[in-house]
Write a protein that binds this ligand. Structure first.
Ligand SMILES: [Zn+2]
Length: 212
């Protein structure tokens, strides 16, 4: 079923959301030779911890996607203000329409409908408007989910989990967050793997699946 998906686009409201939500699956798809693109909509300049330059997340995302094997030219970075996406809802939608036209993705990874972060839910709403021609999987983000619907699992291996952790570790400015630690990332992948009798998996909400 994934064989007809060649162009994959990861939508990250903020840099590092893509790595946390589907980093191991990205590593797997890159290994399979698929074209993977990464679009981040904010580098959170307003909330960078003291001691780091304002554009630190733009620098860190470039290193993080390198660990997953995504080409630098496949990175798109927008600079919407963090926690204020809703005020820019229409511009975000228009950006997505342009990205859709240029990349023509078969498969999109983005936040799920269960994600309560205000920017993530704006991206979910606009994303399903913009990408009508693509299959869409909503990634899991424990910190922002009160519940989650595991309607899709992607089996991943130890090496792909290691790449996900290495990518997340590139975000030195975000190192204080518990949900991005190796313990939590490995624990969740083990739990999701257990549910399908595999060593590791990432779980997704199947928002739309198109078979061509
Ligand atoms: Zn985020």
């Amino acid at each position: 079923m994934i064989a007809d998906k060649h162009r994959i686009l990861v939508i990250a409201p903020h840099t590092d959301d893509g790595e946390l939500g589907c980093g191991a699956s990205i590593a797997k798809f890159v290994e399979q030779g698929k074209d993977v693109y990464y679009a981040a909509f904010s580098i959170c300049e307003e909330s960078v911890p003291e001691g780091f330059p304002k554009n630190i997340l733009e620098i860190e995302v470039k290193e993080a996607i390198k660990k997953l094997g995504i080409k630098q030219e496949n990175l798109i970075v927008k600079k919407y203000p963090v926690r204020k996406f809703y005020s820019h809802r229409q511009e975000i939608l228009e950006d997505m329409v342009v990205i859709d036209r240029e990349i023509k993705p078969d498969l999109i990874f983005m936040p799920s409908c269960f994600d309560i972060h205000q920017d993530h839910s704006t991206v979910f709403e606009e994303g399903r408007r913009a990408f009508k021609k693509s299959s869409i999987l909503g990634y899991e983000f424990m910190w922002n989910n009160f519940s989650f619907e595991t309607t899709c699992f992607c089996v991943v291996n130890q090496q792909q989990i290691d790449k996900k952790i290495e990518a997340i570790e590139e975000y030195k400015s975000q190192g204080h967050r518990f949900y991005s630690t190796k313990k939590v990332v490995t624990g969740l992948a083990t739990y999701r793997g257990l549910q399908i009798s595999e060593e590791y998996a990432e779980a997704f909400q199947a928002i739309r699946w198109i078979v061509r």
